[in-house]
Design a protein around this ligand. Structure first.
Ligand code: PEP
Ligand code: MN
Length: 266
């Protein structure tokens, strides 16, 4: 189902009129974690003003340490809904457990499957039964083939609206948090008709590197970007070091505009 051979035309995923794929480009922006009503509404307003088309925000967080902030859970989803009511931006949030599918189906516009769950096949099967589009992040150490097969799991259940997200992989290099695999963009486009977006925040792990990685992704043909933006990165409860502040995000959006236009005219 995901194979380009049997479906030559590029898939366009449409979220409330925001289109990704098949020549349509969109930026998803927002904090790593939803932290409070004032935080998410302030970030939502500023990223919208800068041109983001969807709002991201984690409510259930897959943290390496059990003692790190785990997210506001269902309260976080409700705060995202408030931010959507304020701005009109569709909301994207990570689903970690099959137990929460019903809540996410009701509250969230786009389901994010995180890198750590890319091969959680029980979760993928449940998400396949949902009607919400899915952003499927590439696993920390997974091949293109494995990644596309995970999309296949979701599509086999009847949910064809899958957006692949390259977020960097584990390599021997430890200067960056992960290594952005730019080759994933042309390779996935050859293998599959599904849209592919890039998350330069988790790839590089440093805010000053986001712009370069994102511009490279656009030039390589990505259908969109997912960028972490926080109103006060220094005090963020997760991933502050890699988050842009609203001014940096606005500068990036202005700088990237001509490149986006060149690659996605109209
Ligand atoms: C995130 O988007 O905040 C996240 C946890 O990403 P990943 O699954 O790519 O690590
Ligand atoms: Mn994060």
């Amino acid at each position: 189902l995901a194979n380009r051979k049997f479906h030559p035309e590029s898939t366009i995923v449409d979220v409330d009129g925001v289109k990704i794929g098949g020549g349509h480009f969109a930026v998803i922006a927002g904090p790593c974690s939803v932290e409070s009503e004032s935080q998410i509404i302030s970030v939502a307003r500023s990223v919208k003003a800068s041109g983001a088309k969807m709002l991201r925000g984690g409510a259930y967080k897959p943290r390496t340490s059990p003692y790190s902030f785990q997210g506001l859970e269902v309260e976080g989803l409700d705060l995202l809904i408030k931010a959507k009511a304020e701005t009109g931006l569709p909301i994207v949030s990570e689903l970690m457990s099959p137990k929460l599918c019903e809540i996410f189906e009701e509250k969230v516009d786009v389901i994010q499957i995180g890198a750590r769950n890319m091969q959680n096949f029980d979760l993928l099967k449940e998400v396949g039964k949902m009607s919400r589009p899915v952003v499927l992040k590439r696993g920390l150490s997974n091949s293109y083939e494995e990644w596309v097969m995970s999309a296949e799991y979701i599509m086999a259940g009847g949910n064809n609206n899958v957006i692949l997200c390259e977020r960097g992989i584990r390599t021997f290099e430890n200067y960056t948090r992960n290594t952005l695999d730019i080759s994933a963009i042309p390779a996935i486009k050859k293998m599959s008709h599904l849209p592919i977006i890039v998350d330069p925040s988790h790839a590089g792990g440093m805010s000053w590197m986001v712009e370069s990685l994102a511009l490279a992704a656009i030039a390589a043909g990505a259908d969109g970007l997912m960028i972490e933006v926080h109103n006060d990165p220094q005090h963020a409860l997760s991933d502050g070091q890699q988050s842009l502040n609203p001014k940096q995000f606005d500068d990036f959006m202005k700088k990237s505009f001509p490149l986006v236009q060149a690659f996605h005219p109209g």
